[in-house]
Design a protein around this ligand. Structure first.
Ligand SMILES: NC(=O)c1ccc[n+]([C@@H]2O[C@H](COP(=O)([O-])OP(=O)(O)OC[C@H]3O[C@@H](n4cnc5c(N)ncnc54)[C@H](O)[C@@H]3O)[C@@H](O)[C@H]2O)c1
Ligand SMILES: CC(=O)N[C@@H]1[C@@H](OP(=O)(O)OP(=O)(O)OC[C@H]2O[C@@H](n3ccc(=O)[nH]c3=O)[C@H](O)[C@@H]2O)O[C@H](CO)[C@@H](O)[C@@H]1O
Length: 459
C-alpha cells in the first residue's frame, strides 16, 4: 500500500492548496514565520506563534534582546508564563532570535510586524515601522504575507507599508499579501490575551490577504477571528478602542468635578448608573497614563484634516487631572498653615497602572513637577519600579518600608498597587491625603482625605 505524503505549502498568499493542507503546513512548521520586534508585546506574540507553528524567527534591532532570547531567557518581565515558555521553545528549536532582519525576511514567508509607533511631540513617528518594513521588503518573495500588529494611524498600511514593500522588493503589489491584525493585549496578561481573551480582528488589503491572515490566526486563538471590511478599517478598530477609553474617562473626570458643588459622591452615582446595561461610565482619577491610551488620540488628531474637537478636548481634560489633584492638596495644606514651599508630600505609586513597571505618561510625572515648581519637597514610592526609574521624576525615591520614617504633610495616591494595602496609616502623623483612585478607606484615622470623584471622604 502506498502512502502519499500530504502536499505541503511554504507560503500562504495566493495558495490554491486545500485549506486543510495550508493549515497543516502552518502548524507543522513548513510555513516559516518571522516576528519583527521582541518587546513587551512582540516576544509574547512570537512565543505563541512558535508554540502554534514550531518555526518562528524573532527579529530585534537591540542585540541585548537577541542575545537573551537566543539564550532561552525572557527580557520581558511581568508576563506570567513567558520565561518558561521562551526557555522551552528555544530549547526545542521552535523559536530563534536574530538581529539580521533581511536574512530573517528572506527565510520567512509570513512576516509579523510588532514594533512601536511613538510620538514626537504630538506627531506619530513611523520610523521603526518603516525600518522593519524596508527590511521585510528586501527579503520579500512572491506568496509572502505581511501581517501588521503594531497600532498605527489609520491609512498607514495603504500609504506607507504597501508602497515600501513593493519598492524594496521590486514585486508588484498583487504578488504578496498584507493585512492589519491589531494586537489586543494588556500588559501583564499578554499570553492569555493572545491565545484568545478577545476576538482576533483581521483586515486584508485584498480578499486573499484576509483569507491567508485567517489561516494564520485561527490556530493561534481559541476565540473567533473576525474579518474587517478592509485594512484601514482594521487599523481604525484599535485606535477607536483607545480613543473611546480616553473620551469615556474624560467624561468621568468631568463629572467628578461636580462632587464638590453638588455635594454628591459621583463615584457611587457612576457605580449605580452603570447598573443600567446601556451605561458604562469609566472611573475618574488622577490622570490617564501608559503607552497606549494617551497616545492613540494623536494617531487621528495629528494626521487628519477633519477636526475632532471631542477627542482633543478629552485629552486636555485627562491631562488636567494631575494639576487638579495638586491644587486640591495645596489648598488644604495652605488652610492648615502649611505653605506649598514648606510642605513634604509623598506620591504613592509612580507607574501608570497597578502591577505594571511602566512610567510613560504616568500622572505621577506632571504631579511631581507641579508640586516641585511650587517649592514642595516631593517623595515617591513604587513597589514595582527600581530606584533609577522612580528617579526619572522630579522627586526623591523612597522604599515603601521607609515611608513611616518620612516627616510628611501630604500624600497623593496616584496608582493603587496592592502592596499599599499593608501601609499602617494609623501610625502616620495627621496628613492631607488626595486619593486619586477611590482606593483608600481611612475612616477611623485622623487624616483629612479628598477622593477624586467623591470629594472629602474623611475629615
Ligand atoms: N504594550 C502594550 O500593552 C501594547 C498593547 C497593545 C498593543 N501594543 C502595540 O504593540 C506594539 C509594540 O509594543 P511593545 O509594547 O511590545 O513595544 P516595546 O517598546 O516593548 O518593544 C519594541 C521592540 O521592538 C524593537 N524594534 C524597534 N525597531 C525595530 C525594527 N525596525 N526591527 C525590529 N525590532 C525593532 C525594539 O528594540 C524593542 O525590543 C506597539 O505598536 C503598541 O502600540 C502594545
Ligand atoms: C480596555 C483596556 O483595558 N485597554 C487596554 C489599555 O491598557 P492600558 O495598560 O493602557 O490600561 P488602561 O486600563 O486602559 O489604563 C490607562 C490609564 O487610564 C487610567 N484609567 C483607566 C480606566 C479608568 O476607568 N480610569 C482611568 O483613569 C489608568 O489609571 C491608566 O493610567 O491599552 C492597551 C494598549 O492599547 C490595550 O491593548 C488594552 O486592552
Amino acid at each position: 500500500m502506498s502512502h502519499e505524503r500530504p502536499r505541503e505549502v511554504r507560503s500562504l498568499y495566493g495558495s490554491d492548496a486545500p485549506p486543510a493542507v495550508q493549515r497543516a503546513s502552518l502548524t507543522s512548521g513548513a510555513v516559516p514565520v518571522a516576528v519583527y520586534g521582541l518587546g513587551k508585546m512582540g516576544l509574547p506574540l512570537a512565543a505563541v506563534l512558535a508554540e502554534t507553528t514550531g518555526n518562528v524567527t524573532g527579529v530585534d534591532i537591540d542585540p541585548a534582546v537577541v542575545e537573551r532570547v537566543s539564550a532561552g531567557e525572557s527580557p520581558v518581565d511581568g508576563e506570567p508564563g513567558l520565561p518558561e515558555l521562551v526557555s522551552e521553545l528555544v530549547a526545542a528549536g521552535d523559536l530563534r532570535a536574530t538581529s539580521d532582519p533581511v536574512a530573517a525576511a528572506s527565510d520567512a514567508s509570513v512576516h509579523v510586524v510588532i514594533v512601536p509607533t511613538v510620538l514626537r511631540g504630538t506627531d506619530p513617528d513611523l520610523s521603526s515601522l518603516a525600518a522593519a518594513v524596508e527590511s521585510i521588503g528586501a527579503g520579500l518573495d512572491p506568496g509572502d504575507l505581511v501581517l501588521v500588529e503594531s497600532t498605527v494611524p489609520p491609512g498607514t498600511c495603504a500609504d506607507v507599508v504597501e508602497p515600501t514593500l513593493a519598492a524594496e522588493s521590486g514585486l508588484s503589489t498583487d504578488a504578496f499579501g498584507l493585512a492589519f491584525c491589531p494586537e489586543r493585549t494588556k500588559s501583564g496578561r499578554a499570553l492569555a490575551d493572545i491565545r484568545g481573551t478577545h476576538p482576533k480582528i483581521v483586515g486584508g488589503r485584498d480578499i486573499e490577504s484576509t483569507r491567508a491572515a485567517r489561516v494564520v490566526y485561527e490556530p493561534v486563538t481559541s476565540n473567533d477571528v473576525l474579518v474587517a471590511p478592509d485594512v484601514t478599517t482594521a487599523e481604525c478598530v484599535k485606535v477607536f478602542e483607545g480613543v473611546y477609553r480616553d473620551v469615556n474617562i474624560a467624561l468621568a473626570n468631568e463629572l467628578a468635578r461636580l462632587a464638590d458643588e453638588l455635594a454628591v459622591d459621583v463615584n457611587r452615582a457612576i457605580d449605580l448608573a452603570n447598573t443600567q446595561p446601556f451605561c458604562d461610565i469609566h472611573d475618574p482619577g488622577v490622570g490617564v497614563g501608559g503607552h497606549c491610551i494617551p497616545y492613540y488620540p494623536f494617531f487621528l488628531l495629528s494626521r487628519l484634516e477633519t477636526p475632532l474637537p471631542l477627542t482633543r478636548r478629552a485629552r486636555g481634560i485627562n491631562d488636567a487631572m494631575p494639576s487638579f489633584a495638586a491644587r486640591t492638596l495645596v489648598q488644604e495644606l495652605d488652610e492648615r498653615g502649611v505653605p506649598a514651599d514648606e510642605a513634604r508630600v509623598l506620591l504613592l505609586g509612580l507607574a501608570y497602572r497597578p502591577g505594571v513597571a511602566e512610567t510613560r505618561k504616568s500622572p505621577a510625572g506632571p504631579l511631581a513637577t507641579v508640586l516641585s515648581e511650587l517649592g514642595t519637597t516631593v517623595y515617591g514610592t513604587d513597589p514595582v519600579l527600581d530606584e533609577s526609574t522612580a528617579g526619572e521624576f522630579d522627586l526623591t525615591p523612597v522604599a515603601l518600608e521607609d515611608v513611616p520614617e518620612l516627616d510628611l504633610d501630604g500624600v497623593v495616591l496616584v496608582t493603587a498597587h496592592p502592596e499599599f494595602d499593608g501601609l499602617d496609616w494609623g501610625a502616620l502623623e495627621e496628613l492631607v491625603v488626595v486619593d486619586g483612585r477611590d482606593a483608600l478607606d481611612l475612616s477611623g484615622t485622623d487624616h483629612w482625605v479628598y477622593t477624586i470623584g467623591s470629594g472629602v471622604t474623611n475629615g
